[in-house]
Design a protein. Structure first.
Lengths: 200, 511
C-alpha cells in the first residue's frame, strides 16, 4: 500500500513521456506558470528599500551621478568630491584600516590622492587609548585639530564615515569597516610611527 | 541634473554598441544554416554581441594604453569589417544604413526611459566596478592594480570596460544599458520558445515571459550596476548561437567566421566574472555536439574551448604579472584559473581522443559536482551548513528577493525532467539544458568552498545573484518542455496511436 502513490506517479510519468496524458501535464504546468506570474505581480515588490539593493528610483531626486549621494555606503564618493570642490589642490591622505570592503584607495586613485594602509587593530587601540571615539573627537576639536566635518559626523552612530579637515592643506580620510572612527594629524603621525604600509 | 547632452552621449554609446552587435549578427545570418530557424533574435544580438565586442576591443586597447573616446567606434568598425569579409551576398552598407536609425531610436528611448523612471540599483560592488571603469578610462588601472592586486583580480575587467565610455563623458554609469539588456533577455527567451521543431503557442510564450517580467527581482537585477544581467544575456545568446551553429542539417565543418559571434560572446563572458571560466567549460561540454569533435573536424566544442581557454590564460597572465610586479606572490585562484585555461586548450587539442576514450565528464558532470559539494560538507561542515541554510532562506523564505519564483521553477523544472525523454530531439534539448543548469548551480555553490566564505542571507548574496545568470535558460527549458506537448493535434495523434496498447495494459492489470 505504501508504494501506491509512487507507483501511480511512475505510471503517470511513463504515460506522459509516451505522449499520453501530456495535455493534462501541459495544462498543469502552464497553470502553475501563469499563477506564478499573477502572484508575483500581486506581491510586487519583494525587494524592499532596506534590502541589499538600493533602487535609485525610490530615492527622491536621485538621478544619474547624484544617486551616489543617496546611499550611506557612497559617503566617501561624496566626501572626495566635496573635498576636491571645496579645497582644490589639497592633499588627500587616506588611512584605510583593513579589512575594509570599501576600497577607498581605489577611489582615491581614481579621483587623485594618496593611500596609507594601516592595521585595523592599531587604529582601534589608538582610539581606545584616547578614551573612545567621542572623547577623542572632543579632544581633537578642543585642540583645534578638527575644524570641520565633511560628509557627516561619526558621533551620529553611522558606521561608514568620515573625514576631518585639519585646517592645513592636508586632509585625512579614515576608513574602517568595523568602527570607522576618527582622526587628526596626531593619529597620522602615530600610524607612521607604527610603520604602516605606505604605498601612496 | 540630466541634460540633453548627457542623454545624447549615452544614446551615442549605446548606438555604437548595437551597431557592433548588428554587424556581428550579419555574420550569423550569412552562415550556411541560413534556411533553418535562427535561434538568435536581432534585438538580443544587437545588445549582446555589441556588448561582448565592446568588452573585448576595449580590453585590448586598455592593455595597449590607447584609450581615447574615439575607441568607442572601434568595435562597430571591426565588426563591420569582419561582416564584409565573411558575408557572401547582399550589401552590408545598405543594411547598415537601415540599422543605424533603428539603433539610435532604441538607444535614445532607453536613455530617456531609464532617467525618467530613475532606473538603476547599486551595492558596494557597483562602486568598485565604476571606480575601475574610471581608472580604465584614465589609463590608470595599473596604478590601482599594483596597489591592490587581489582586488584587481576580484573584479574582472569586463563590466568596467563596458561602462568605460560613460566615464569619458563624465557620467557615473551607463544607466540605460540595463533596460536594453532586460529587453534583449525578454525578446530572446520568447524567440527561443517560438523557434525550433515545435514552436510554443502564444499563450505559453506570454506565460513564460510574463512570469519573468512579473518578478521584481528580474528588474532589480537587470538594472543593477554589476555584471549579472550581461552574463545572463550572454549565456542565453551563447546558447542560441550554439544551437544555430549545430543545426542538424549543418553537417559540414564550420568556418571560423561562422563561429566568430559565439567565440566573441564566450571570450567576453570569461572577462566578466571570475567563475565564468568554469561555468563555460560545463556549458560547452554539456550542450555542444561531441560527434564533430570526435571526428577531428572544427567543431563548436573545440573552437569554444580554445576561445575560453585562450582568454582565461591571457587574463590570468595579466593578473599574475600584476602580483609579481607588486612584489607579492600570485594568488592560488589566479594560478588555478590559469591552469583551468591551459586545461581547456589541451582539452580542445585532444578532444577527439578524449571523446572516443569517454573521458570528457559530460555524462558525469552532475555526479562529480555532487561529490565535490559532499567534499565541501565534510571538509568545512559549519560553512557548508551556513551556506545551505542561507540559500534555503533566500530561495524559499522570501529573503532573496525572488518571490515564489524559485518554488515554481523547481517544481516545473522537475516535472519537465520527468516528463521528457532523450529519445526525441526536443526532449533531448530540454534535458541537456536542465542538466547544464543543475550542474552550473552545483558548481556555483561549490565556489563558496573555493572562496572560503559561506553564503549569507539577503538578496545581495553572491550565490543568490549568480542564480540569476541561469534564470533565462531555465525558463526556456521549462517553456520548451511545456511546448513540447503543446501541439494539441500532435498529442491527440499520439494518444490515439497509443490507446490500443493502453487498453491492453489495463486488461493485464485486471488479470
Amino acid at each position: 500500500m505504501a508504494r501506491w502513490p509512487l507507483d501511480r506517479l511512475a505510471r503517470l510519468v511513463a504515460r506522459t513521456r509516451d505522449g499520453r496524458d501530456a495535455q493534462m501535464v501541459t495544462a498543469l504546468m502552464l497553470g502553475a506558470l501563469l499563477a506564478t506570474g499573477a502572484i508575483s505581480i500581486g506581491l510586487f515588490p519583494f525587494v524592499s528599500e532596506e534590502s541589499d539593493f538600493r533602487v535609485a528610483r525610490r530615492v527622491p531626486g536621485a538621478a544619474d551621478s547624484d544617486v551616489f549621494e543617496s546611499y550611506g555606503f557612497a559617503q566617501r564618493y561624496h566626501v572626495h568630491r566635496e573635498l576636491r570642490t571645496r579645497h582644490p589642490g589639497a592633499e588627500l591622505v587616506l588611512l584605510e584600516a583593513a579589512p575594509s570592503g570599501w576600497n577607498l584607495r581605489q577611489q582615491l586613485i581614481a579621483y587623485g590622492g594618496a593611500g596609507i594602509v594601516c592595521d585595523a587593530d592599531e587604529v582601534a587601540a589608538f582610539v581606545a587609548e584616547n578614551g573612545g571615539v567621542t572623547a577623542l573627537i572632543e579632544r581633537l576639536e578642543a585642540s583645534g585639530t578638527l575644524q570641520q566635518w565633511v560628509g557627516g559626523d561619526p558621533r551620529s552612530g553611522s558606521v561608514h564615515r568620515i573625514i576631518a579637515s585639519t585646517g592645513t592643506t592636508r586632509f585625512l580620510v579614515l576608513s574602517d569597516a568595523r568602527t570607522l572612527d576618527i582622526i587628526g594629524l596626531d593619529l597620522v603621525e602615530f600610524l607612521f610611527d607604527q610603520r604602516c604600509d605606505d604605498r601612496g | 541634473v540630466t541634460t540633453v547632452a548627457d542623454l545624447l552621449h549615452e544614446a551615442l554609446i549605446n548606438t555604437a554598441l548595437m551597431i557592433a552587435g548588428y554587424a556581428l549578427l550579419l555574420i550569423v545570418r550569412s552562415a550556411r544554416s541560413v534556411d533553418a530557424d535562427r535561434r538568435v533574435t536581432p534585438a538580443a544580438a544587437w545588445v549582446a554581441l555589441g556588448g561582448a565586442s565592446f568588452v573585448l576591443v576595449l580590453a585590448v586597447t586598455s592593455l595597449l594604453h590607447v584609450n581615447r573616446p574615439a575607441v568607442v567606434l572601434l568595435p562597430p568598425v571591426l565588426a563591420l569589417a569582419l561582416a564584409l569579409a565573411v558575408r557572401r551576398s547582399g550589401s552590408v552598407v545598405i543594411d547598415l544604413v537601415r540599422a543605424v536609425p533603428a539603433a539610435a531610436l532604441i538607444a535614445s528611448s532607453a536613455a530617456v526611459v531609464a532617467r525618467a523612471f530613475r532606473l538603476g540599483s547599486f551595492t558596494g560592488d557597483s562602486f568598485h566596478l565604476i571606480a575601475n571603469s574610471r581608472l580604465f578610462a584614465q589609463n590608470r588601472i595599473l596604478l590601482f592594480a599594483l596597489d591592490a592586486p587581489s582586488e584587481f583580480e576580484g573584479f574582472p575587467p569586463g563590466y568596467s570596460l563596458l561602462q568605460m565610455p560613460s566615464a569619458w563623458g563624465g557620467h557615473t554609469a551607463n544607466m540605460s544599458l540595463g533596460l536594453l539588456i532586460a529587453g534583449a533577455i525578454i525578446i530572446q527567451v520568447a524567440h527561443l520558445l517560438r523557434t525550433g521543431p515545435r514552436p510554443a503557442p502564444p499563450l505559453l510564450t506570454v506565460a513564460v515571459v510574463g512570469t519573468l517580467m512579473a518578478t521584481h527581482f528580474f528588474w532589480v537585477m537587470t538594472n543593477y550596476v554589476n555584471s549579472h544581467a550581461v552574463v545572463a544575456l550572454l549565456l542565453l545568446v551563447a546558447y542560441a548561437l550554439l544551437r544555430d551553429a549545430e543545426q542538424p542539417q549543418h553537417h559540414s565543418a564550420r568556418s571560423v567566421g561562422e563561429l566568430a559571434p559565439l567565440l566573441v560572446v564566450l571570450s567576453a563572458l570569461v572577462l566578466l566574472r571570475v567563475e565564468n571560466v568554469l561555468v563555460l567549460l560545463l556549458f560547452l561540454t554539456l550542450l555542444s555536439r561531441t560527434d564533430d569533435a570526435a571526428s577531428g573536424r572544427v567543431s563548436t566544442l573545440r573552437a569554444g574551448l580554445v576561445a575560453v581557454g585562450a582568454t582565461a590564460v591571457l587574463h590570468q597572465t595579466v593578473v599574475i604579472a600584476v602580483y609579481v610586479a607588486a612584489g607579492s606572490s600570485p594568488s592560488v585562484s589566479s594560478l588555478g584559473l590559469l591552469g583551468v585555461g591551459v586545461g581547456a586548450l589541451l582539452t580542445a587539442a585532444f578532444a577527439p581522443w578524449l571523446i572516443r576514450a569517454r573521458v570528457l565528464p559530460a555524462d558525469y558532470a552532475v555526479l562529480v559536482l555532487l561529490a565535490a559539494n559532499a567534499g565541501y560538507a565534510i571538509l568545512d561542515r559549519r560553512a557548508f551548513a551556513r551556506s545551505v541554510l542561507a540559500t534555503l532562506e533566500n530561495l524559499f523564505a522570501w529573503r532573496g528577493g525572488w518571490g515564489i519564483l524559485p518554488i515554481a521553477v523547481i517544481l516545473l523544472a522537475g516535472t519537465a525532467w520527468l516528463t521528457t525523454s532523450s529519445d526525441d530531439r526536443e526532449g533531448a534539448e530540454v534535458r541537456a539544458l536542465l542538466r547544464f543548469c543543475l550542474a552550473a548551480v552545483l558548481l556555483l555553490f561549490f565556489t563558496g568552498f573555493l572562496r572560503d566564505l559561506p553564503f549569507r542571507v539577503g538578496a545581495g548574496d553572491s550565490f543568490n545573484r549568480q542564480l540569476f545568470h541561469l534564470l533565462p535558460l531555465v525558463m526556456v527549458a521549462i517553456g520548451r518542455a511545456i511546448g513540447r506537448s503543446g501541439s494539441l493535434h500532435q498529442v491527440q495523434v499520439e494518444a490515439a496511436a497509443d490507446r490500443p496498447a493502453e487498453q491492453t495494459d489495463r486488461a493485464h492489470e485486471r488479470h
